[in-house]
Design a binder for this molecule. Structure first.
Ligand code: NDP
Length: 410
């Protein structure tokens, strides 16, 4: 058994807490820490209310500013945690990682590190922060699994699975993320508007023909016909996993596509062109200094409030092209999740669910030793099979569409 400290108390953390509780026979004590302790208390109450704990055990809430490395170290030590699942904002990654290295415990996160005041980093983004600690992790035998949500995360494992089992040579990996669900609001982002808009105001990086290509957001669009969700328009977007897959899957072009409706694009374009997505402060005529993006966030729905009314499905997967036994082929490896099912089970919408299940499956594999890498890794560097099998047991199945049609493989 390995005790877990969950950092963050947002939509993804809610899923992580329930899934850790459902598997606390493997994982042991569960501690939840965030800046706002009341949010952690609510999560503890939700886990108790849904009777998610598999066996009787410790489940506690704590207040923590995870930018404070000493305070984070103290909490890891006090709670005797051996695995830290960081599902807080991406701004805290490097300080939480540092606390894990200094206390000798396993670290995992679901997004690349970001500095609050830097919109667009130079690629590959992992090299700017996380990878600088890789040697130190290896030296100290620290397991650090980067980007173990759905995308990044599961899609990296899909790419490795394709390489191991379906191809001799891969030429293209197109990661496609479609949310065909409906939240019923006039406009809302599905997660923190600040993080959501930041993803789309910067440049779009993709790895093609052995180099980084730069595009503008919504410049390159394509219609895909996918299982369950059908025909969907998706746009090339920058995303974490492109940055590690470009390094780790040799010779392949790597692109990321996200589905957007015309309504989202219209609203985004208006806000962006008016300057309302800027994080630079402006002064009003009354002398009030405000940050436009913060104001937009304040007037939009809180993404966690969308969960009860969310309906429909998500489909996320890797469209992989290349050759096997001298023949060209194409496969789509994917998962389909349902918003309503996620809400009924753990009180969150489908996007949080798909991001929250993978780190718990990974934590279980660290606990059993199968994924205890003792160094820093991106997901595609690990054997995908035990991970996809574990995920299937705890809530997310894996499917393939190839020459023989569609079928479940995990
Ligand atoms: P939320 O914005 O809902 O929650 C973030 C949490 O982080 C909040 O509870 C917040 O604290 C906490 N936090 C922020 N700063 C600190 C700090 N200094 N110390 C302690 N806690 C802090 O995010 P989500 O749940 O939607 O997402 C969580 C993470 O998962 C993000 O990094 C996101 O990018 C990533 N993600 C990854 C996906 C994937 O598939 N890979 C998909 C979706 C999200 P508080 O509220 O207590 O003040």
């Amino acid at each position: 058994k390995k005790n877990v400290l969950i950092i963050g108390a947002g939509g993804v953390a809610q899923v992580v807490a329930h899934k850790c509780a459902q598997n606390n026979d493997v994982l042991g004590d569960i501690h939840i820490a965030s800046r706002t302790k009341s949010k952690c208390d609510d999560m503890v109450a939700s886990v108790r209310e849904k009777k998610s704990m598999k066996v009787e055990g410790v489940l506690e809430a704590h207040a923590l500013d995870a930018l404070d490395i000493e305070a984070t170290k103290a909490l890891i030590t006090k709670t005797n945690s051996q695995i830290v699942i960081n599902v807080g904002s991406p701004f805290i990654n490097m300080s939480v990682l540092q606390a894990c290295i200094e206390t000798g415990v396993a670290y995992m996160d679901t997004a690349i590190h970001e500095e609050p005041n830097k919109i667009c980093e130079t690629p590959p983004w992992y090299a700017n922060y996380e990878w600088k600690r890789r040697e130190l992790c290896a030296e100290k035998g620290i397991t650090a699994i980067l980007g173990i949500g759905f995308d990044p995360g599961v899609v990296n494992a899909y790419a490795r699975l394709a390489q191991d089992e379906y191809f001799d040579k891969i030429t293209d990996i197109d990661i496609i993320d479609i949310n065909a669900g409906s939240h019923g609001r006039w406009f809302s982002t599905n997660f923190d508007p600040e993080i959501n808009f930041r993803e789309f105001t910067g440049r779009v990086y993709s790895w093609q023909k052995g180099e980084w290509q730069v595009n503008k957001m919504f410049e390159v669009g394509k219609e895909y016909d996918l299982p369950v969700v059908g025909k969907q328009k998706a746009y090339m977007t920058g995303h974490d996993e492109v940055h590690s897959l470009a390094r780790n899957i040799e010779g392949a072009d790597v692109r990321f596509w996200m589905g957007f409706g015309d309504h989202y694009i219209n609203v985004f374009t208006v806000l962006n062109n008016l300057g309302l997505l800027s994080e630079q402060p402006v002064k009003t005529a009354e002398g009030l200094e405000v940050i436009p993006l913060k104001v937009v966030k304040a007037v939009l729905p809180d993404p966690s409030s969308l969960a009860p009314d969310y309906t429909g499905k998500t489909c996320i997967g890797d469209l992989v092209k290349g050759s096997k036994d001298g023949k060209d082929r194409e496969v789509f490896i994917y998962n389909v999740a349902d918003h309503k099912d996620a809400y009924n089970e753990v009180g969150s919408q489908g996007i949080s669910y798909t991001a929250g299940v993978p780190p718990v499956a990974a934590a279980m594999l660290v606990a059993t030793g199968e994924w205890d890498a003792k160094t820093m890794v991106n997901v595609e560097e690990l054997d995908p099979r035990p991970f996809l099998a574990q995920m299937s047991k705890i809530g997310l199945t894996t499917w393939i569409r190839d020459e023989q049609g569609e079928r479940q493989i995990f």
